[in-house]
Ligand binder design. Structure first.
Ligand code: ADP
Ligand code: MG
Length: 230
C-alpha cells in the first residue's frame, strides 16, 4: 500500500543569502502492506508529523521516493496529489478538525456533497457510517455538543466517507482520556478487521503503538524497526 524508499527531508530556514538547513529525516525506508495497521513512534520533535505530511503530499521530500498504491506520488503536481488524496486517503487529526457550524451528519456528509453525490446516496452512506461509529443518536448534534471521543468518531466517519483504502492518523487519541482512548482504539481495530482498511498511525503513546501489527520508531532522524515486526 505504502512504500517509502530512502526518504530524506530537511527544512530550509532563514532568508536567501543567510539560510540554514534543518535535517529532520534521513534515509528512511519502510513499507505498509494492504490491510495492515502500522504505528510510528518517536519523541516529540523527532519528525513523525513531517513523515506523515510527506506521505500525504502536503510537503515534498528533499530526497527519496514515496509509492502509494503502486504510484510514485512524490512526482505528482499539487493538483494530481489533491485528486489522489481524495481517492486514496482519509485523515484523522489530534484536534478532530470538524466544522463547528455543521452537525455530525453534515460534517460526515461534506466530502460527498463536494463530490456532487445525490442526496439519497449521501444519506445512505452517512447513516451507515454513523451506525458503524456508534453515533446514530447524535447525528444532529454539533461538535460543541459532543464529547472529545464522540468528535473523534465523527472525524473517523468523515475520513471513511469516500471509501479510501488508507487512513493516515496523527496522534488520533492525543486529546482523549485513557478510557475514551481505549474505545477509539477498539473502533480502529474493528474497522481494520471488517473493512480491511490500512492504517498508518503516528503516536507517542505506548497504548496506541500496541494496536499496530508492526511498529516503527523514528530516532535522531533515522528509522528503527520495533520488536513486534513480523
Ligand atoms: P513530531 O511530530 O515528531 O513531534 P515534527 O515532524 O512536527 O515532529 O517536527 C520535527 C522537527 O521539524 C521539529 O524540530 C520542528 O520544529 C521542525 N519543523 C516542522 N515543520 C517545520 C517547518 N515547516 N519549517 C521548519 N521546521 C519545521
Ligand atoms: Mg507531531
Amino acid at each position: 500500500m505504502i512504500n517509502v524508499k530512502k526518504l530524506s527531508h530537511q527544512f530550509v530556514l532563514g532568508k536567501r543569502g543567510n539560510q540554514t538547513t534543518l535535517p529532520i529525516l534521513q534515509d528512511i525506508s519502510f513499507h505498509v502492506n494492504k490491510g495492515e495497521i502500522v504505528t510510528v513512534v518517536g519523541k516529540s520533535g523527532s519528525g513523525k508529523s513531517t513523515l506523515l505530511n510527506l506521505i500525504s503530499g502536503f510537503i515534498r521530500p528533499t530526497q527519496g521516493e514515496i509509492w502509494i498504491a503502486d504510484q510514485q506520488v512524490s512526482q505528482f503536481s499539487e493538483a494530481e496529489f489533491a485528486d489522489f488524496r481524495l481517492q486514496h486517503m482519509g485523515f484523522v487529526f489530534q484536534n478532530f478538525q470538524l466544522i463547528p457550524s455543521m452537525t455530525a451528519f453534515q460534517n460526515i456528509e461534506l466530502p460527498l456533497t463536494l463530490k456532487g453525490e445525490p442526496e439519497e446516496k449521501r444519506k445512505t452512506i452517512v447513516m451507515d457510517l454513523l451506525d458503524r461509529v456508534g453515533l446514530l443518536a447524535y447525528k444532529d448534534h454539533y461538535p460543541s455538543e459532543l464529547s472529545g471521543g464522540q468528535q473523534q468518531r465523527v472525524s473517523i466517519a468523515r475520513a471513511l466517507v469516500l471509501n479510501p483504502p488508507l487512513i493516515l492518523a496523527d496522534e488520533p487519541t492525543g486529546s482523549l482520556d485513557s478510557e475514551t482512548e481505549a474505545d477509539l482504539l477498539e473502533l480502529i481495530t474493528q474497522l481494520n478487521e471488517e473493512l480491511n482498511l490500512t492504517f498508518l498511525i503516528i503516536t507517542h503513546d505506548d497504548e496506541v503503538a500496541k494496536i499496530g501489527h508492526r511498529t516503527i520508531q523514528i530516532q535522531d532522524g533515522k528509522l528503527l524497526e520495533g520488536s513486534n515486526i513480523q
